[in-house]
Design a protein around this ligand. Structure first.
Ligand code: CP
Length: 347
């Protein structure tokens, strides 16, 4: 078990963590889960503070971090950007309503033990990569760990919870067909962070990974390249398909989820082209996870979703409320994996 590389470290993307380190995080998460279930006290972060800055809404992320810090004996502060001086990059500042990220990061570093940030989409005008740049700017200036609670590129806390859920439900990763599929939603305002982090995690762990989406809904080419390298290194595989049904055939895990078109947002597009994305989405309303598609999977296959999901569009009630759905196990596992991340990095 790798134990000596976590203290003081940022948790921004699983790309920065080795297979061995991810195994350690999953192992510690399981240990903390057992302690939580049996009521065994585990105050590993007594008197420590986590500052959480939420530029976007959240149910699972906020509550799992807050509850997790309480269970670890510390405290999580909820910070709404509009109620502090909104952290902003140099050049985006407005007098007395924003504060430069470098100043916020250095101030909070003097008062607590980690800073967690959620930012994607509207707060950065849907400019792809800008939220990730802000998270990295925090990391550049803070003396304490930065935890990514979802930016526009990555959602590493969700990906770790997804991996723990796969490990628990399927007993391991090798040889398992993991299908990350686009699914239709009436909302085009969906970041790419969840699918990108899911395929990064699954390829790192040596799974047989299939990414399925209609043409025009490609993910970040840098992430695709990283997944190809991950698959080579881990002994797994990585394929891309434009056929949802074909992708589901023989799957052990399906993860159908909507994401926006990278082509139609800056900097790939000169301006936001959400109407174009709406037209593209509307051509693919048949990309729904229903029982007919689930029947193409292996017996015992599981249905995953990070939640919240668009019922009736991304998935039918029959599937998400059915026996193969593990969505609430995934949500629960957010608590346990984030406690592992915090316990190891904030010691
Ligand atoms: N999956 C997830 O991050 O959920 P929230 O948006 O509710 O935090």
């Amino acid at each position: 078990m790798k134990t000596n590389t976590f203290r003081g470290r940022d948790y921004i993307t699983l790309l920065n963590y080795s297979r061995e380190e991810i195994d350690t995080l999953l192992d510690i998460a399981l240990d903390l889960k057992r302690k939580f279930v049996t009521g065994e006290s585990h105050h590993l972060l007594s008197d420590k503070s986590l500052f959480m800055i939420f530029y976007n809404q959240s149910l699972r992320t906020r509550n799992s971090f807050e509850a997790g810090m309480t269970q670890l004996g510390g405290h999580a502060h909820f910070l709404s950007p509009g109620k502090i001086y909104t952290p902003a990059l140099k050049g985006d500042e407005q007098a007395y309503s924003t504060e430069r990220v470098s100043d916020v990061a250095r101030t909070l570093s003097r008062m607590g033990h980690a800073i967690a940030i959620r930012m994607y989409g509207n707060p950065v005008g849907w400019v792809y990569g800008k939220a990730n740049e802000i998270v990295n700017e925090f990391a550049r200036w803070a003396d304490i760990p930065i935890i990514n609670m979802e930016c526009d590129k990555y959602h590493p806390c969700q990906a770790l919870a997804d991996l723990l859920t796969v490990k628990e439900k399927l007993g391991g990763f090798a040889g398992r067909r993991f299908v990350m599929s686009w699914a239709y939603s009436p909302s085009v305002e969906k970041p790419l962070s969840v699918p990108q982090s899911a395929i990064i995690g699954a390829t790192k762990m040596g799974m047989e990974v299939v990414l399925a989406h209609p043409k025009g809904l490609e993910l970040d080419p840098e992430v695709i390249k990283a997944c190809q390298v991950n698959a080579e290194n881990s002994g797994g595989s990585f394929q891309i398909s434009n056929d949802m049904q074909e992708a589901f055939r023989g799957a052990d895990v399906v993860y159908p989820k909507s994401w926006t078109s990278l082509e139609n947002i800056p900097p790939n597009s000169a301006r936001l082209e959400m109407e174009k994305t709406e037209r593209l989405f509307n051509e693919h309303k048949d990309w729904i996870c229903n029982q007919v598609k689930m029947d193409l999977c292996k017996p015992g296959a599981v249905y995953m979703h990070c939640l919240p999901c668009d019922r009736g569009f991304e998935v039918t009630d029959e599937v998400i409320d059915g026996p193969r759905s593990v969505v609430f196990d995934e949500a629960e596992n957010r608590l346990h994996v984030q406690k592992a991340v915090m316990a190891l990095t904030m010691r």
